[in-house]
Ligand binder design. Structure first.
Ligand code: ADP
Ligand code: NA
Length: 354
């Protein structure tokens, strides 16, 4: 038996400090907090937990300070391989979160150790098939990993598959110089898709993107406001598969790497899945939903590449199968409060899908 495939995440780890307050503090005011909770956060860490809970093997590469060594332990208990999480001189990245009684919150972010440039050059394990990146570390690090993945030979002689969740959004200049032709999968929400389109299209951006000719009759998604935007964005980064999450509406994906799509002249037919039906009917806390989605997406792609041994082309049904599990997992995340701790386990997701 060959060893299972692995995902590498080069990303952020934060200590999230939640201060329970009556009201969010005003300028010049001093208030006391009724409670303080410290939790492991950061998009790199959250997505690593999501890949692990989805059943994937995941190596997290990042940095914490002495004050955050406990987060490494926590992540290890979550099933994340943390042997490449360095302990550095800078303090751990930190989110100072005020949670008011009415549920409103305000956040101060300190980048800390996440912005340490690690001395180690990007490298992958022999079984690394997937690379997953967010935007809470220096972009230079993200770029180094994308280029290294493109240059590396994956286990089947294939390139390592790259996925980028550009959150928080890079600057306009960074978006324009990003090597999109080396990116296999982009995961964005609706607002991010729109921002990206406007920046990348520049002067050519159409204010009225909902041109009738782009709506090709599939009533199941033609009503979605994201559809024309995703279509236009795809035309600007034609090699990248786009997964656009739509909050309570679900997800829309445009996958040019599908073999059937690459046949000349065929229009790109998106894949749409509605959001999961929530137990209790309403979303309790949407924190972590995007990270759950991204982690489950990459774990799903890993499973496909394991099953196929890299030999078979991706089919539309393959992508739908991956997205079905993502939508269910993200739905279960919003049913519970919290970020990391509300990322569901694969077995529970599968039980709800059965
Ligand atoms: P982000 O949190 O990154 O902005 P979204 O808001 O698009 O991303 O949410 C990510 C995914 O979480 C959605 O694609 C959907 O599957 C799920 N989700 C989010 N909000 C809800 C909701 N109210 N009901 C059901 N599913 C939801
Ligand atoms: Na949640």
């Amino acid at each position: 038996m060959t060893e299972p495939v692995r995902c590498l995440i080069r990303g952020s780890i934060n200590v999230d400090e939640y201060f329970q307050v009556k009201n969010i503090v005003r300028p010049g005011e001093t208030i006391s907090s009724d409670g303080l909770e410290k939790k492991t956060g950061g998009k790199g860490a959250n997505q690593a937990v999501a890949v692990a809970r989805a059943g994937g093997i995941v190596d997290l590469v990042g940095a914490v300070g002495e004050d955050g060594v406990w987060t490494r332990k926590y992540l290890e208990e979550c099933g994340v391989d943390v042997k490449e999480v360095e302990v550095v001189k800078e303090p751990t990245g930190r989110a100072l979160i005020q949670v008011a009684q009415d549920g409103e919150n305000s956040i101060v972010l300190f980048k800390g150790a996440n912005f340490t440039v690690l001395p180690k050059k990007p490298s992958f394990y022999p079984r690394t098939t997937h690379l997953l990146l967010q935007n809470e570390i220096p972009l230079s690090e993200t770029l180094a990993y994308i280029h290294a993945a493109a240059a590396a030979d994956g286990p089947n002689g294939h390139r390592i598959s790259t996925t980028f969740n550009p959150s928080p959004m890079p600057s306009d200049e960074e978006l324009k110089m990003f090597p999109w032709d080396k990116l296999d999968w982009l995961i964005v929400n609706e607002g991010e898709a729109e921002d990206m389109y406007k920046v990348l299209a520049g002067d050519k951006a159409e204010t009225e993107v909902a041109k009738a000719e782009t709506i090709r009759g599939s009533d199941s998604y033609a009503h979605l406001s994201a559809y024309p935007i995703v279509l236009k964005l795809s035309s600007l980064i034609p090699k990248t598969n786009i997964i656009c999450t739509l909050g309570a509406k679900g997800v829309l994906a445009l996958v040019p790497s599908l073999q059937e799509e690459s046949e000349k002249g065929k229009p790109h037919e998106p894949i749409f899945l509605p959001a999961a039906k929530l137990q209790g009917g309403v979303a309790v806390d949407t924190t972590g939903a995007g990270d759950t989605f991204a982690g489950y997406a990459v774990a799903g792609l890993m499973k496909l590449s394991e099953r196929q041994g890299g030999g078979r082309e991706l089919t539309r049904e393959d992508v739908r199968e991956v997205l079905r599990r993502c939508v269910q997992a993200a739905g279960m995340c919003v049913e519970k409060p919290g970020a990391n701790e509300s990322i569901p386990y694969g077995r529970d997701v599968d039980a709800r899908l059965a």
